[in-house]
Ligand binder design. Structure first.
Ligand code: ARG
Length: 457
């Protein structure tokens, strides 16, 4: 294995070579490495380090390799890292010109640049995956806006809500994830090329031209920071870990609502599994895995933060440990987004089960209290009175809407049974016709708004 360094008398220890090798994972940076090398070579050409012929033969080699590395190169047993591999390939194609390429350039800036270029593409894919899932949630919400279900707090039935409203709550979280990622991508948009190993390169020529050629809008302003900064990786992986938490909560709700105890969601066959033992089972494994994978994502952000916290300036080899976390965070997020979208798109709704659950009259307790409030009773007092009414009804196994006026007067004077009897889930939901509320018309409007935002990704 070729390790860099000119001052050693003994070859590297074989076990250490393997310990230090990163090619089996950083080969995913091959195409980015070629892109950065091409722009660095152009700078060397302008600076007169490479003559026209050398620049041309390197340009040809870059074209070959960039096309070849649309897929990461195969594992090679004897390569330390992707930068060495690209160098070796270039040398075999362009000879001495390739050996000039490392003039003024270090793998320290190379790896920082490569990871940014990789993440830029990853961000585009993540935005697309998020957009697709948000669009699916908006479609689901619009279709099922008029299906009512119990809304929960403390996992206790609280008030009737639209099933569409519930789905759109997750769309809101995902839209924030999208913004967080876009924000991280914006801050990442500074080019480190020209930083050298740590102090800046005397050979790079115009840094701004290189940055522009690589599609960056700005330059890093401190070479020590630029070669050892991984904030962009941390911010991306944090955004993905929070996305993982959101998807985990989503999965948890859908698992619950698909269980026999709740039963108003039926995820599609394509995302459900059977039991090897129990023939009746229809297990939500897809959702359970989405929930489970959030643990990895939280692990990745923890790993990156701990990795960075004790590092002195500037580059230290510890930083090689960032890549597997970054790659897996991106892969896991993309896979979870895709599977979650499939679950949402194929889930059917058992409106009868939802209707049976939402028929619990206790869900109307707040609306009953509101009736007292309308007749001038302070809400605090109304709260106490309704508590007594609900308790009495439950003790008698009755719906309070069926009380006689006399029975109601005995519990709480001032309630008109005609109004009480008219309380319903539909009416409760319809009353919440304000921005952000659960009224069916609001949910439909929100679904349209969210669908438009999803399409704009
Ligand atoms: N494989 C290294 C990494 O991932 C590349 C940079 C190595 N630089 C060095 N001076 N050893 O960070």
């Amino acid at each position: 294995m070729k390790l860099w360094g000119g001052r050693f008398e003994q070859p590297a220890d074989r076990d250490f070579e393997h310990f230090s090798a990163s090619f089996d994972f950083d080969r995913r940076l091959a195409q980015a490495d070629v892109r950065g090398s091409r722009v660095h070579a152009e700078g060397l050409h302008r600076a007169g380090v490479l003559n026209d012929g050398e620049a041309a033969s390197l340009a040809w080699a870059f074209d070959q390799l960039e096309a070849e590395f649309a897929e990461p190169p195969d594992m090679q047993p004897d390569v330390e890292d992707v930068h060495t591999y690209v160098f070796e390939r270039l040398e075999s194609m362009a000879g001495a010109a390739a050996r000039k390429l490392q003039t003024g350039r270090s793998r320290n800036e190379q790896v920082a640049l490569d990871l940014k270029l990789f993440l830029r593409d990853a961000h585009a894919a993540l935005q697309q995956g998020l957009g697709r899932l948000v669009a699916a949630l908006a479609g689901f919400a619009d279709e099922h806006a008029a299906v009512l279900m119990p809304g929960y707090t403390h996992m206790q039935r609280a008030q009737p809500i639209s099933l569409g409203h519930h789905a759109l709550a997750y769309a809101e979280m995902l839209l924030r994830d999208r913004e967080r990622l876009a924000d991280a991508a914006r801050r990442m948009d500074v080019c480190p090329l020209g930083s050298g190993a740590l102090a800046g390169s005397p050979f790079s020529g115009a840094r701004d031209r290189a940055a522009q050629a690589l599609g960056f809008t700005a330059l890093t302003q401190n070479s020590l920071d630029a070669t050892s900064d991984r904030d962009f990786a941390v911010e991306t992986v944090f955004a993905l870990s929070l996305l993982g938490v959101h998807l985990s909560r989503f999965a948890e709700d859908w698992i619950l609502y698909a269980s026999s105890e709740f039963g108003w969601l039926i995820p599609g066959d394509g995302y459900s599994t059977g039991s090897s033992l129990m023939p009746q089972k229809r297990n939500p494994d897809a959702l359970e895995l989405i929930r489970g994978k959030s643990a990895r994502q939280i692990g990745h952000i923890t790993q990156l933060l701990v990795l960075l916290k004790g590092l002195p300036l500037a580059y230290n080899r510890d930083l090689q440990e960032d890549k597997e976390a970054v790659f897996d965070a991106v892969d896991t997020a993309l896979a979870c987004l895709q599977i979650a979208r499939g679950v949402v798109a194929t889930t059917e709704v058992d409106a009868a089960r939802a209707a049976a659950a939402v028929a619990d009259p206790a869900l109307l307790a707040t609306d009953l209290a509101d009736l007292l409030v309308a007749s001038g009773v302070p809400f605090h007092d109304a709260h106490g009175a309704v508590g007594a009414i609900i308790t009495a009804a439950q003790r008698q196994g009755r719906d309070f809407r069926g009380f006689t006026q006399a029975e109601m007067d005995a519990l709480s004077p001032g309630l008109d049974m005609a109004q009480v009897a008219a309380l319903s889930d539909e009416q409760s939901v319809a009353r919440r016709d304000l921005p952000g509320g659960t009224a069916v018309a609001q949910v439909r409007a929100q679904a349209a708004r969210v669908a438009a935002l999803a399409a704009a990704i």
